[in-house]
Write a protein that binds this ligand. Sequence first.
Ligand code: LLP
Length: 421
Amino acid sequence: MDHFLYRDGVLHAEDVPLPEIAAQVGTPFYCYSVATLTRHYRLFDEALAGTDHLICYAMKANSNLAVVKLMGDLGAGVDVVSGGEYLKARAAGIPGEWIVFSGVGKTRDEMRLALAGGIRQFNVESEPEMAALNEVALAMGVVAPITVRVNPDVDAQTHEKIATGKSENKFGIPIAKARAVYAHAATLPGLRVVGIDVHIGSQLTSLEPFEAAYTKVADLTRALRADGHRIDRLDLGGGLGIPYERSNAAPPLPLEYGQMIRRVLGDLGCEIEIEPGRLIAGNAGILVSRVIYLKEGEGRNFLILDAAMNDLVRPAMYAAHHDIVPLIEPAPGVEQAPFDVVGPVCESGDTFAKSRMLPPLAEGDLVAFRSAGAYGAVMASEYNTRPLVPEVLVKGDHVAVIRARPSFDEMINRDTIPLWL
Ligand code: LLP
């Protein structure tokens, strides 16, 4: 459920008519709903109620300062994957002790940054990384709390580019090697083992792969405890999928996910961390765009929008589906026709949808891409020297631009021409 609904025939973000925002900030723009973000966070929190837990919002999904601050206010921790995300989380008011640091390629500089500023744990992904973190921590005279990310060799049954839990993926250490790696970690004085981490992929639409992975983690917890390690914390990663196509069967709910977690891991007495990103932010955001032209092609019609692949890359990158709806509600029973929905960027990959059935649209009309709150604005670029589109946050009838569109001057002045040229 989200808070982008038609009222009196006009699509609203909570209590605000979206065409009004378009008139104020211009198109394209992203718009997020505080009520939906809050609701999605609470679904996870309620799903794990009664179990010691921390929801570490994966801010890579949507790292706007205001969104991260909202998560912190709700009680979330944050999962970061770069020094930039770490600093941004801190700037949003998240205490270091609530930040977990994931990623296969943390640099020594990033480790120093997080150790100096405070960190809940590093999720370590390889033995060379373990050695580097030990060195950095010892040089700083501190001890780094760690989990080791294990790769359970489970097929997440999702798009190949976002599956991370198979042995051929670059992530984690093979679970078969875990006991040896933990034994080694225990000998390193700069590290303190606090638990185990696993994350098998994103946009999972069934609980089965999660359950397969978590069962392996439960077995490993017992084995590591028998080896004498303290395993107090299990970081179960993110990955629960969202319904991108309203016509399709919905993925499992956070409540069902929570029940499964309790069933598989509940008797271990561990604190549970999860790192959801997409489910919190995805359906809490839309991308609003204007029709520039309708163009008749050979046996097809193109709807040319002012948004492009640089603003929302998911369709070009993962052949992802985003529902597209007009801001003015079509009359009931109106006849739909197929359109190829494209942007103005100079490559054929700049296609949002092929043969998408849409109601009649004309030049100047406004449309919204649904489910664009996660991996939308954060993956945008200025390709074709197109400015990053603004982000707008709505709460009830409050509206705020939470990232402004850069001016062309700002964009041009970021480059410099060397004096010797
Ligand atoms: N934790 C770790 C270690 C991750 O790598 C990720 C996502 C998450 C948590 C959050 O997963 P989520 O709950 O959002 O599924 N750009 C792609 C998605 C990439 C996901 C990368 N890792 C897309 O647009 O589909």
